[in-house]
Structures are given as structure tokens and as C-alpha cells.
Design a protein around this ligand. Structure first.
Ligand SMILES: Nc1nc2c(ncn2[C@@H]2O[C@H](COP(=O)(O)OP(=O)(O)OP(=O)(O)O)[C@@H](O)[C@H]2O)c(=O)[nH]1
Length: 808
């Protein structure tokens, strides 16, 4: 309901008569109780004050605080006062800030002054907090901090004082986000909160205020010598009751303040930080954000002191278009650079390998060159220090070349270009160099700073130069890590080995991993039982940048999972928590999917989400399949990977599929007998593939089947209302069909001066006294609209239908 004239008068702080007079001047007849529409509001705002709203707010608080009306002259001064920011959050908008007692106000209470002092102190504190948060952000954004972004932090190698000084203590992975969230309060990007309700409901607040005018701090009788806290800490959200307890106030007092702010809250209702801050401020109390409780799914991050960092080998990923020679180049490098001493073992694929060149080590990520693995490679770039972009000299820049460039660039990884196949007839390295300039890669020979090396994997030309350049770039990049601390690494690949159990290839990134270390890897944990390098040699320890295959985990982790060394108790409990979190989020993601048969739902277009379970032979293909499936673009259907894992399709996979109504995709794996039986019983659809693209194509086709029918609007006619006939029951628009036709079943919209005033259906369509199905162009008819009576002469009735359009 719109506001009444007498309320508007109050808002503008002028006598009602004055409002009525002004309205009269504008030919608007109104009484005290007439509603004020937008037009009237505009007139009043224009007449009474251009800053009417601001005044209103300022006046409101003063009224609340003092019980007096405040004169316009006082307001005027107040509106130009600098905005008094909420020091702890910085999110108080001008409106909210103007709610504080103003220094210039003669009615300012002692407690308000006191509040200001506190706010001043807190402003300082808020600034410090913001700076700390920024510093933390900067730290996590540094290359060293890349992997542990937002991770729980502990200082290693620092003196205690140093550590404390540097980071105020500890931090967890993911907590960076929280910090940011808090920090956000210092900016304008504050999320929508209840605070906006407080501010947005100024009108009501004002009304309340004028009725319940009383001093802000008058609630606590002066004689009562109760001491209240001047500062309280509040979490992101807090229950009203608990908030009142923290303030040392009666719940009723807090609820009252909330009410005055336009918030109807009960004792057990949650209010957010900003609202709490506002209310606390009313009590002269400042609030500080309470540290979020430690995330039980995180492991403490160790921050290494600069002096503990030692040079480590570079980790290189080879990227490029299909068939440009990635595998050949990796093989050629491996063959030519494995010393006879090292060549003892049998080469094994563990996802990465090391070579020695000029006495220095280089680690190459060893990922198969296939389009579907682009996603894996993109992940590779996260552990990668240098990307070698292979471009065939006879083929030039191709789509995946560009993709690779983008992946490396977005990961902030420097690129060295290897122009391969220069031995081939028709090879044109110069042309490739020229093509690459279009993507910001300009060779040194052409005045740019991208290293470009012509090579031939077949003829082993240019390999030395390539390796030399990798080492030079590595040196320039100052790649360092602290080897003397508990290890942290990333899973490159993982699989379930029949004889050995879960096997994970890990690239150690920080610290040194030892046999016997207790580790947590994603939701898995265990003790490093054995460690081997890519030549199958047993290792006792692995320093930074060293890839190793480890045994001893209780389950198969996923590529990209972080490995941390910790104690057994922590490993076990944190892994458990992570598993719980994973399970519940998987369940949540599928809560809307019913248990009915998947394909009948697809046919009925009811499914908005296609849950899928992926099982594959190795982690690499599972990951590739997952990324490719998630990459399928559809506006209507979201693909949800309920579970993805390595190994045969088991009975438990089928039960999970049944519960979440998922489709099971097996890649190079088969279901075991129990799973097959269960699938039959549970009516779960299993699809086996040997080619990733077949799987992707099938899912895409399924999605096409799932697409909801699309409709588009088709206007079928227009009529003009020429006469409005009012009967006690209905309002009939006597209309003339100007164009097309009106039909009884059509949807209509009523257009007045180009604005749609109604959209709905025709209630009745008549010619003379008869109901008709349709009225053609050039004829007159009587139209009544469904649940709408405000038809006016000159209105236009537009009739339309929704027609189905075929999916692409
Ligand atoms: N002439 C010549 N042929 C090469 C050279 N390097 C690779 N090839 C050939 O190019 C083809 C593709 O090489 P791969 O090493 O499989 O290429 P890839 O980029 O790993 O391919 P995907 O794994 O499919 O992405 C093979 O037939 C190689 O023999 C080279 O230096 N000279």
C-alpha cells in the first residue's frame, strides 16, 4: 500500500496542509488519507527539498535518539557531514552512517560521544585488518603460494615472533575466501544483507520512530549502574538471543531496536553481521568480525621463511596440437638424457620423469597427447613451471596450439616454443614464428622475449638448445622450495592396482617426502609404504620437484589432490571429514533428481540435471572424461558428476547410481558380476566405452533428448479498445480488431501508451451477445480479461500464442 498524505507530510517534516496545498497547485485533489503515488511523491520531493530523503533519514535518527523533531536547518548541516564509516566493516552506507549521532547535534548524548571515540579506534583497527587481509592475499597469490592458496598456515623456519608478526597466526586452505569476504565489507561489493532491509525500510522506521520517540540510550536508566561491553565480536551470522547476551542486554531491547530498524525478528532468528553491527552501534557498542572456526577439512599450511628456500628443478609440461610431436619430443629427450647410471631400471609411466642435463635436473610431465586430455594438461600447468609449446613446422598454429597458449597464459606459466619436425620437407619455421606473433609470442630473433627453438624429435636436432633454454628460464624464474619440512605435493595420476592396492603418482612440491611418513591426500590417508621413481627404483625420500609413485593409501585419490604429511590422528580425522563433505555435497547436488527411470524423465523433459558416475581404468582418463563431460554446453541441463573413480564398476557404484538416479559410464572397465546383477535389479543404465569421444557424443545426444521443448511467442492479432462498458460484474472492452485476429484461447497483453499494464488471458470474447472462439480483423467484439478490470479507452489488446520451435 502506498503511503498516505499525512505520512508524507511527516516524512518531509512539513504540515499536512502544506502538502495538500502543493498538490492542489498541481491539480491533485487529495485529503489527509489519500495515497501518495509516484507522481505525487515526485512533486513533493521537488517542492519540499531536493534532499528530502537524506533529511528524512537524518531526522529519523535524531528523532529516535532524542524524542525531538529536528529542524530542517540542522539537517542541512548534517547531510554535508562526512559519512561516518563503520570502522569494523566499512560497509555502512551513507544512510546507515547518518544514523549515528552527529557531532554538530545539540542533542548528542554522552554515550554517542563515547561511541564515536570507539568508532575512531575501530576505524584504525578496521584499516589494519584490511591491510592484513590484503597482505595475506598477496602472499597466497605469489608463485610460491600457488598450491596452498588459502591454506591453513603455520610458520616454518620463522622465529615465533616473526611468524606471528607476519601472519597473525594460522590460516587454512579456503579461509582466504573468508578473509576476502570480511575484507569485502570494506568495499562496496557488500552482499545483500539484512542491513539493506534496515536501510530500505526507512519509511517504516520513521513512522515507528515518530510514534516511539525516545532517547536511544534512554533504555538503560541512568541510575542503573550496569556496565555494558563497548566492543563485542560477532560471527558472519548470529542468533538474536546470543547477540543480546554478548551485548549484555535484554533480548527485548535488541528486538525493539531491530523493530525500529524495520526488522521483525524473533529471539531465535539469525541476523547477519552488518545488521548486528548496526544494532550494536545503537547501543554504543562496536563489533569486530569473529574469526571463523577452523575448517576441519583443512590441514595447516606451513609458510616457509625465505632463508629456508633452496633451488629446485623446473617442472616442464609439453603442450601442443595433436600429432605435432609431443610424445616424440618427450621420448627423444628421455632417450638422449638418461645417463647410463640412471638407465638401470625399466621405464615406467608415473606421469612425470626427470632428466639430467649439464648436471642439472629437469622434470617433465608425461601426459599423453590427446584432445580429451587438454583438461589434464591444464591441471598440469598448475604444477608446471615452464610450458614447452610444440608446433609442427609443416603444420603451423592449429586450434589446440592456441588452446595451449591460453592455458599456459592463464596459469601464468612462461612458454618456450619448440618448432618441431624441421627435418620434414615443407617445414617452414619462419612461418610458424610469424603465426605465433598473432598470439603474443614474439621470438627473440624478432625482438620479442619468447624463446623459440627449432627442433626435430626424429633427428634429435635442437634438443640440447631446448634443454639449455629450459634451464636458463628456470634460473631466471628462481624456482625454490624448502626441502627441510614436512612434504606437500600434488597427485598427478592415481589408479587401483590389483596386487599393490591404491597407487598414486605424486609430484613433491615442498619439503621432503619419506617412506614411513603419514600422509593425507584429498579424502584418502595412509602411511607411505613404498616409493619408486619413474625407473621403478625404490626411493627412501623425494625432495621438491621429484615425481614418485607411492603405495600405502587407503583409497585411490584424484589427480590434483594435495598431499600433506601430518600425524596419523589428524590424517584420519581430516580425511574422514573430507569424505563426509564430499558425500553430502554429492547428495545435495542430486537432491532434485527423482528415482524414476532416467530415460523416461529425459523424454518427459523433467530432468534439469543429468547425474553421471564415471569409472575408468586410470585416473587420467577418468579426469579427462569428467572434464569433457562437464564441458558439454547446455543451457537446460546441467551435468553433475556424482562420483568418478578408478576401477571396475562395483555394486556400490550401482547403488549410488540408483539412489541418485545417475547414468554409469565405464571407460575401459567392466562391471563385476554383482554390479551387473544390481544394475539389472535397480534398473540402472550402464554404458561402456573404449573411446572417450563416443561417451561424450552419447551424453550429448541424451541431452538433446532432454532438452525441454522451446517455445517462442507469435503475435496473432491486435485490437483497439474503443469503448469501455461497465457492468456490475465485469468491465468489457468494446474493441475493434485492427490486425490479425483475437482468439478465446490466445494469451493477451493490454498495452497503454506503449506500456504493458496487464498480461494474461481472455476471460470472455463475445460478438453481440454470443460467445465466440475468434474474431477476425475488421470486426468488433467485447473482451473481458481474466482477473483484470482496469480497461481503458484507447488501450491496445495484443493477442499472441506460444509456438513450439524444434530443438537444433
Ligand atoms: N618428420 C618428423 N616427424 C615427426 C617428428 N616428431 C614427431 N613426428 C611424427 O609426427 C606424428 C605424431 O607424433 P606424436 O609424437 O605422436 O605427436 P603427439 O603430439 O604426441 O600426438 P598426440 O599424442 O596424438 O597428441 C608421428 O607420426 C611422429 O612420428 C619430427 O621431428 N620429424
Amino acid at each position: 500500500m502506498s503511503k498516505r498524505v499525512y505520512e508524507a507530510a511527516k516524512d518531509y517534516n512539513v504540515p499536512v496542509k502544506k502538502v495538500l496545498d502543493v498538490l492542489k497547485q498541481h491539480n491533485i485533489k487529495a485529503t489527509n488519507f489519500s495515497g501518495v503515488d509516484a507522481h505525487m511523491e515526485a512533486i513533493l520531493t521537488k517542492n519540499f527539498s531536493p534532499t528530502g530523503q537524506a533529511k528524512k533519514k537524518a531526522g529519523k535518527i535524531e528523532t529516535e535518539g532524542t524524542g525531538h523533531h529536528v529542524k530542517a536547518s540542522q539537517h542541512k548541516q548534517e547531510t554535508v557531514q562526512p559519512i561516518k564509516k563503520k570502522p569494523h566493516t566499512g560497509t555502512m552506507s551513507a544512510k546507515a552512517a547518518s544514523g549515528d549521532g552527529k557531532p554538530g547535534s545539540p542533542q548528542r548524548s554522552g554515550e554517542q560521544k563515547h561511541r564515536e571515540q570507539h568508532n575512531g579506534a575501530n576505524r584504525q583497527q578496521g584499516k589494519q585488518q584490511a591491510e592484513t587481509a590484503q597482505r595475506k592475499q598477496a602472499e597466497t597469490a605469489s608463485p610460491q603460494g600457488k598450491q596452498g592458496e588459502g591454506k591453513r598456515t603455520k610458520f616454518f623456519g620463522h622465529s615465533r615472533g616473526e611468524g606471528a608478526q607476519k601472519n597473525d597466526g594460522r590460516k587454512k586452505r579456503g579461509q582466504g575466501g573468508n578473509q576476502n569476504g570480511k575484507n569485502n565489507r570494506n568495499g562496496n561489493a557488500r552482499p545483500h544483507t539484512l542491513l539493506s532491509n534496515v536501510l530500505g525500510k526507512g519509511k517504516h522506521k520513521n513512522r515507528h520512530a515518530s510514534k516511539n520517540a525516545h532517547p536511544v540510550e534512554g533504555n538503560a536508566p541512568a541510575t542503573k549502574k550496569k556496565t555494558y561491553p563497548t566492543e563485542v565480536s560477532v560471527p558472519e551470522t548470529i542468533i538474536v538471543k546470543e547477540f543480546a547476551e554478548r551485548l549484555g542486554r535484554e533480548v527485548g531491547e535488541v528486538i525493539k531496536k531491530l523493530l525500529l530498524g524495520g526488522i521483525m525478528a524473533t529471539i531465535n532468528q539469525e541476523i547477519d553481521f552488518d545488521t548486528a553491527a548496526l544494532i550494536a552501534d545503537e547501543f554504543g557498542v562496536t563489533v569486530t568480525p569473529e574469526e571463523a572456526p577452523a575448517d576441519p577439512t583443512e590441514i595447516e599450511e606451513i609458510v616457509d621463511a625465505p632463508e629456508t628456500l633452496k633451488v629446485r628443478p623446473p617442472v616442464v609440461t609439453i603442450m601442443g596440437h595433436v600429432d605435432h610431436g609431443k610424445t616424440s619430443l618427450l621420448d627423444a629427450i628421455r632417450q638422449t638424457n638418461v645417463t647410463s647410471h640412471e638407465a638401470g631400471g625399466i621405464t615406467q609411466h608415473i606421469g612425470a620423469y626427470q632428466v639430467s642435463y649439464n648436471g642439472k635436473k629437469i622434470v617433465f610431465m608425461d601426459t599423453p597427447g590427446h584432445e580429451a586430455f587438454t583438461a589434464m594438461r591444464a591441471r598440469g600447468a598448475q604444477v608446471t613451471d615452464i610450458a614447452v609449446l610444440v608446433v609442427a613446422a609443416d603444420d603451423g598454429v592449429m586450434p589446440q596450439t592456441v588452446e595451449s597458449i591460453n592455458h599456459a597464459k592463464s596459469a601464468g606459466v612462461p612458454i618456450i616454443v619448440a618448432i618441431n619436425k624441421i627435418d620434414k620437407e615443407g617445414a617452414n619455421p619462419e612461418y610458424v614464428m610469424q603465426q605465433l606473433t598473432e598470439y603474443g609470442l614474439v621470438g627473440e630473433a624478432w625482438g620479442g622475449d619468447t624463446i623459440m627453438v627449432p627442433v626435430s624429435a626424429h633427428k634429435k636436432i635442437g634438443l640440447d638448445e631446448l634443454l639449455e633454454n629450459i634451464l636458463v628460464l628456470a634460473e631466471v624464474s628462481e624456482l625454490k622450495a624448502n626441502p627441510d619440512r614436512p612434504a606437500q605435493g600434488v597427485v598427478i595420476e592415481a589408479k587401483l592396482d590389483k596386487g599393490r592396492g591404491p597407487v598414486a603418482s605424486v609430484l613433491v612440491q615442498k619439503g621432503t617426502l619419506h617412506v614411513g611418513d603419514t600422509i593425507i591426500v584429498g579424502p584418502c590417508f595412509g602411511k607411505v609404504r613404498a616409493m619408486t621413481n619413474e625407473r621403478g627404483e625404490r626411493m627412501k625420500k623425494a625432495a621438491p620437484s621429484i615425481p614418485v609413485e607411492i603405495l600405502g593409501l587407503n583409497d585411490v585419490p584424484e589427480a590434483g589432490d594435495i598431499l600433506d604429511v601430518t600425524d596419523e590422528k589428524t590424517a584420519r580425522s581430516v580425511a574422514e571429514k573430507r569424505l563426509e563433505k564430499k558425500r553430502s555435497s554429492a547428495l545435495r547436488a542430486n537432491a532434485k533428481v527423482t528415482l524414476d527411470d532416467l530415460f523416461s524423465q529425459i523424454q518427459q523433459g523433467e530432468l534439469k540435471e543429468l547425474p553421471i558416475i564415471i569409472k575408468g581404468d586410470v585416473q587420467g582418463s577418468v579426469e579427462a572424461l569428467r572434464q569433457s563431460l562437464l564441458g558439454i554446453k547446455s543451457e537446460e541441463v546441467r551435468i553433475a558428476i556424482v562420483h568418478a573413480g578408478v576401477g571396475a564398476i562395483s555394486e556400490s557404484d550401482i547403488m549410488l547410481a540408483s539412489a541418485s538416479n545417475a547414468l554409469v559410464i565405464g571407460f575401459n572397465v567392466r562391471p563385476d558380476a554383482a554390479a551387473r546383477k544390481a544394475a539389472e535389479h535397480e534398473n540402472v543404465d550402464m554404458r561402456m566405452y573404449r573411446v572417450i569421444y563416443d561417451a561424450i557424443n552419447d551424453v550429448e545426444a541424451a541431452i538433446k533428448g532432454m532438452l525441454e521443448k522451446k517455445y517462442e511467442e507469435k503475435v496473432i492479432g491486435r485490437a483497439e479498445v474503443r469503448k469501455v462498458i461497465s457492468t456490475p460484474k465485469v468491465i468489457v472492452g468494446g474493441s475493434y480488431v485492427k490486425e490479425g485476429k483475437l482468439t478465446k484461447t490466445a494469451k493477451v497483453r493490454l498495452i497503454r501508451n506503449g506500456i504493458v499494464v496487464y498480461e494474461g488471458e481472455i476471460d470472455s470474447l463475445r460478438r453481440f451477445k454470443d460467445d465466440v472462439k475468434e474474431v477476425a480483423e475488421g470486426y468488433e467484439c467485447g473482451v473481458t480479461l481474466d482477473k483484470y478490470r482496469d480497461i481503458k479507452e484507447g488501450d491496445e489488446i495484443e493477442a499472441y500464442e506460444m509456438v513450439e520451435i524444434a530443438p537444433e
